[in-house]
Design a protein around this ligand. Structure first.
Ligand SMILES: [Zn+2]
Length: 232
């Protein structure tokens, strides 16, 4: 497939793009957060009541990223961006907190749900990216991951970046997400207002998505993404 000629490309990526990296998913059926105990700890209120357990859980997720490398799909997107003509732009908005788009050298990544790689102190605002292995101890363990927990707002700058990118987009592609829940459901509508071409790539295509997207491709991201974003 040829995806040439677009000036403002916006991608939304979800858990499905990282499955090939061997990472567990968090939300959704079979995801880590379908475990009631882990779901409870991923709620922002648990930071007040069970802070040590919360930070241990997220530190476990952070540590699991060590040695994980980007998938074929992540790399295909980075290669596509590399070959864009001057003036064309590709923004990746990701719901994933694994940092794998950056690891694949994608340049323009908006981490909509934050990142497990970055931690901040609730007391003084200090932030750091502690290497895997060393749990952050700053300010007597007041550090928490810079991820959006259940019950928390999307960070203002991420929301602004996403809206600005979508306002101008002429091609919108959702990858590894059903396309029918927030934020994908909103994003595809904004793209439609702009008459953008709208492509969905996901393991399963639900009827609700077919009405919103101009094209839908069912299959694993590692198979479909390199085909859709072929650079040859
Ligand atoms: Zn501090």
């Amino acid at each position: 497939m040829q995806l040439g000629g677009y000036q403002n490309i916006v991608l939304l990526t979800g858990a499905g793009i990282s499955v090939g990296a061997g990472l567990p998913t968090y939300r959704g059926p079979g995801g880590l957060w379908s475990d009631p105990k882990l779901a409870e700890l991923s709620n922002a209120t648990a930071l007040q009541t069970r802070r040590r357990e919360v930070t241990n859980m997220f530190w476990g997720f952070r540590s699991a990223l060590a040695g994980v490398t980007p998938t074929v799909a992540h790399r295909a997107l980075a290669a596509f961006e590399e070959r864009l003509p001057a003036g064309a732009r590709m923004t990746i908005i990701t719901q994933n907190i694994d940092g794998l788009h950056q690891a694949a050298s994608s340049r323009d990544v908006c981490e909509y749900h934050g990142s497990l790689v970055n931690w901040r102190c609730d007391e003084c605002g200090h932030t750091e990216s502690p290497p895997a292995g060393d749990a952050p101890e700053h300010c007597n363990e007041r550090m928490r991951p810079c991820v959006v927990m259940f019950g928390e707002m999307i960070p203002v700058d991420a929301e602004r970046t996403a809206k600005q990118a979508l306002r101008d987009c002429d091609l919108f592609v959702a990858i590894g997400t059903s396309g029918t829940v927030m934020p994908a459901a909103n994003f595809v509508q904004w793209a439609q207002l702009n008459n953008a071409r709208r492509i969905l790539i996901n393991l399963e295509i639900f009827d609700g998505a077919r009405a919103q997207f101009t094209e839908c491709y069912a299959g694993p991201a590692d198979e479909v993404v390199p085909r859709v974003f072929a650079t040859e």
